[in-house]
Design a protein around this ligand. Sequence first.
Ligand SMILES: *[C@@H]1O[C@H](CO)[C@@H](O)[C@H](O)[C@H]1NC(C)=O
Ligand SMILES: *[C@@H]1O[C@H](CO)[C@@H](O)[C@H](O)[C@H]1NC(C)=O
Ligand SMILES: *[C@@H]1O[C@H](CO)[C@@H](O)[C@H](O)[C@H]1NC(C)=O
Ligand SMILES: *[C@@H]1O[C@H](CO)[C@@H](O)[C@H](O)[C@H]1NC(C)=O
Length: 448
Amino acid sequence: MLTAATLVASILALHLPSPVIAQSVFAHVFIGNTAGYGVAQWTSDIKLAAKYHIDGFVLNIATPYDGTTSTQLSLAFQAIDALPASVSFKLLLSFDYLGGAGAWVDADVIKIMKTYGPNGAYFHVDGKPMVSTFEGPSNSNIQDWLYINGSIPGGIYFVPDWTSLGSEGFSTDLVDGAFSWDMWPDGPENVSTVADSAWVDWLSPARKSYMMGVSPMFYTDLPAYNKAWVWRGDDTWWRRWQQVLEVLPEFVEIVTWNDFGESHYVGPIYHPGVPNTPTANATAYVDGYSHQAWLRTLPYQIAAYKHAYNPTNPAPKVAKDKIVYWYRNAPATAGNTKVTGNNCKSDINLFGYQTCFAVSDVLQDSIFAIVLATKSVTATISIGSGEPTVFLNLTAGINFISRPFSGETGKVKVSLSSGAHGEGPAIVSEPVRGVANFNAYVQCAGGC
Ligand SMILES: *[C@@H]1O[C@H](CO)[C@@H](O)[C@H](O)[C@H]1NC(C)=O
Ligand SMILES: *[C@@H]1O[C@H](CO)[C@@H](O)[C@H](O)[C@H]1NC(C)=O
Ligand SMILES: *[C@@H]1O[C@H](CO)[C@@H](O)[C@H](O)[C@H]1NC(C)=O
Ligand SMILES: *[C@@H]1O[C@H](CO)[C@@H](O)[C@H](O)[C@H]1NC(C)=O
């Protein structure tokens, strides 16, 4: 039956750019780090992500397919099927062309998409299953995707990450959208939207979508993988979500849920997924460094994005005052390390390509915090027995504050005039055993 409302809706739909189902926020999950997960652990992770308003997981899968990858995919989909009807959560796949045993074989991709693409738990756009990649930008890989798309009845909604080619590095005719892995600050610079804007400027005239990456930090010290560098975290979790409001991409991908070796996980620490060999051991910098408090800011940030993207979505609202605060526990100059500021060439970073900086030129010795307030509040942050720094007149909604270590050491204490009090691990002048650790303690106080 054609009512006035459906008529208006169908006329509007004609004028809306594809994709019509946009404004979704995903988190990037490395299946390689979930070996040993059972359905119960998948269910628990999915419920946690859904609780903080993440719409779905992008499951990064590497070759070979048979074995852990196929088992874990099956378990993840089983977990969605077992969710209570009140929890809506989707999965989509990102085929990793750099990790594992190398590029994917077309027949495996087709088999996987024929199996999972039609599943109700799979994320669809315009009736097609959305598919992403991690790299795979060679000409032959690109040709593979035309063949894969043609082999799936109805085709796929294809949003690869071919960041190494750059925006304008391939024809928009080949894709439905693009995802950019370029989401961290360069050296001492603030994280910027220069790369995002270039992608959007190229994609949107062709009516293709953009998936923007948001990551809180990046710190890795795994010599066996030729990786020992840091990119600035500091205010990035705040700044990047603000940038989402400027760019207004169709999709956001949080990087990551569970990459422990690169320290940008926001999901629970799962010990078997933490690199732990004599030459690639992240245990010392991951153990005891839960990042889950970062999830606490997400409902507000995600609502702000969806409302800005489409004002018919509800405006963001703070339910309870809280302060989410994070910091490294020692000055950036303290302790021994071979870690460099930026991914620049060193005897460990054999493939480094950026300008080298001292870590202390990249990282700020400060405590950073997001305050979510129902009405105007005052916040304080103190270190040890030092005088608290007072932040007056924070506004209802979301606020960002920070204060430098200023040479002080001792426990970090925070408070809000509306009643929250929190205490985090001590800032020290020398790290444990004299070894630098640039991971962040992330804490929440108040209505967390
Ligand atoms: C993918 O397949 C669909 C359905 O057959 C088709 O409409 C679309 O043009 C294909 N995409 C590309 C890039 O070839
Ligand atoms: C980063 O942005 C802040 C303001 O938000 C500014 O004070 C600071 O100078 C900027 N840093 C750099 C390196 O541009
Ligand atoms: C990895 O580091 C942890 C913490 O320092 C240590 O307990 C463990 O023995 C190390 N593992 C290996 C395989 O060296
Ligand atoms: C800021 O807070 C102080 C102390 O609570 C108060 O006296 C002052 O009126 C506030 N200023 C504004 C502009 O709200």
